[in-house]
Design a protein around this ligand. Structure first.
Ligand code: NAP
Length: 243
């Protein structure tokens, strides 16, 4: 009988893996981004109802291997995946992108939560937030004298002291340079996603001598096997005769 893989996705590398999966396998998305309609594998959308719901799905669908290829900051689904695989008695593999490393001359500071971030931003006037939607909840807390630039996947209204830019990567170095210049950015706020698609902003901060406040990565659970990139994970799937 054909063994089945459930691939949890939501980032570009997961889609690269999904494109190689045959029709017995399933690619799962949370439902906040685009849903591809040109894959050979099955595609399902939406949550499972926690670790127990996911374990039930693994069991009822006869899944033999769970692969967590979600974003490094999507900690809840990663925790659910590890727990559900244990409950279902199947292995869990994960795609875990290496984090970006500061280079000589970089002025990077780790922050651990929103309160720490706001404190660290206080001395600056023109921060660029590239954290997704969370800062949108705090637009009425912008201190006097600060002018925020906030980039998220989708455009939405800002206010007189915050411009919200809706944009999806990959971002080009020239465009990032133009954005920092146009908005006179004096501090960059970022997750450490480790993705090449969003890395040029770090080079622009380096070129301009601007500090970077990095929201620390959340802890992720141990899994049976971990891979740094799609190629190594696909090679392992091929070795297991799952491609
Ligand atoms: P999260 O907090 O870890 O997950 C929240 C809930 O969303 C999960 O408990 C699960 O619901 C559902 N979910 C997440 N990924 C799923 C998937 N691939 N298939 C089915 N259900 C899924 O995740 P998040 O940070 O909100 O991110 C949501 C999705 O966006 C993730 O798939 C992630 O890969 C992608 N993404 C996240 C970021 C980021 O910065 N966080 C950036 C780019 C892309 P149930 O408990 O009901 O199963």
């Amino acid at each position: 009988m054909n063994r089945r893989v459930l691939l949890l996705g939501g980032v570009a590398e997961a889609l690269r893996i999904a494109r190689q999966l045959g029709p017995q396998h399933v690619y799962s998305l949370a439902g906040i981004g685009r849903v591809p309609d040109d894959l050979a594998c099955q595609v399902r959308v939406g949550g499972f109802g926690g670790a127990e719901g996911l374990a039930e799905y693994l069991h009822s669908e006869g899944i033999d291997l769970l692969i967590d290829a979600t974003h490094p900051y999507a900690a809840q689904i990663s925790a659910n995946a590890a727990r559900a695989a244990t409950l279902a008695g199947i292995p869990c593999w994960a795609l875990r992108r290496p984090a970006w490393e500061a280079q000589p001359g970089d002025d990077w500071h780790d922050v651990h939560d929103w309160a720490g971030l706001i404190e660290a931003v206080r001395p600056f006037r023109r921060p660029l937030f590239t954290l997704g939607r969370e800062p949108l909840q705090h637009l009425d807390e912008i201190p006097p004298g600060q002018f925020w630039t906030l980039r998220a996947l989708d455009a939405c209204p800002g206010n007189e002291r915050c411009e919200v830019i809706g944009a999806r990567g990959p971002f080009l170095l020239e465009d990032e340079r133009a954005l920092f210049e146009r908005r006179q950015i004096d501090v960059l706020i970022s997750k450490n996603s480790g993705s090449g698609a969003t890395e040029p902003k770090l080079q622009v901060a380096r070129e301009r001598g601007i500090p970077v406040l990095i929201l620390a990565r959340p802890p992720l659970p141990d899994v049976d096997r971990q891979f740094p990139d799609p190629a190594s994970l696909l090679a392992a799937l091929s070795a297991e005769h799952l491609l």
